[in-house]
Design a protein around this ligand. Sequence first.
Ligand SMILES: [Cu+2]
Length: 289
Amino acid sequence: MTFAARASVALSALALTPTWALAEGSSLNLQTPVTQIASEIYDLHTLMLVICLVIFVGVFGVMFWSVFAHRKSKGAVAAHFHENTTVEIIWTVVPVFILLGMAYPATKTVLAMKDTSNPDITIKATGYQWKWGYDYIKGEGEGIQFFSGLSTPQDQISGAASKGEHYLLEVDKPLVVPVGKKVRLLATANDVIHAWWVPAFGVKQDAIPGFIRDTHFRAEKEGIYRGNCAELCGKDHGFMPIEVHVVSAEAYATWVANQKAAMAGGAQEGAGNAAVPQASADAAVGGKS
Ligand SMILES: [Cu+2]
């Protein structure tokens, strides 16, 4: 294959819509996306992989063919084409177009990831050593706040019991959001840097103490989605998972009503278990350190 032919094959890969790829849900592939952004990331990943593969096969194919077909034992004499302007222009222009073809869709997706305007619900996620705190600060459910910590039994962690299906990916109180609604997530932290990461949503956002960073997701399918803290944050970094339940609008309204009732009950008793008032929670964590 000539250089030009190789280049045109590489370029034509840009036009491919990568609908194939490994079977969805394969443990070797990215998780099945449930948001628009996650689908775009999935397709970008596949597109880039295809481009890399085509270039890899082209370059190594030509190289091995050249070594074999023009070997010394056949009396091959090396060609001399130093300072060939045409070749130099081609091998500059073609990669530029390949890079532009990759940068354009990637930039579009990155910009869409950053567009947190007009959310239906705004939730603040605060990273603690070693759990997550959630505050529903705007939209349906406003005022709900709770902590979400690991619920995997200690026996499984120490090896005394066999590991469950969602080992280290299960919490006592999951984040609940309605399906099809744009959720803006404000990420911050109380002590060290954590990161809120749910692969199926295409969301990974650092939670930095003293700063608020925002991201968003609109889950298109009901279900339970799991993630981890993705920033090394201390000895229990691997023990502060994220569990999100995406539910129907009706189920969400019911959940909100239950939370509000529990919080009101807790406030009357003066010691709510379901909802720890943020001020005292902060004081407790602050006093510990
Ligand atoms: Cu963490």
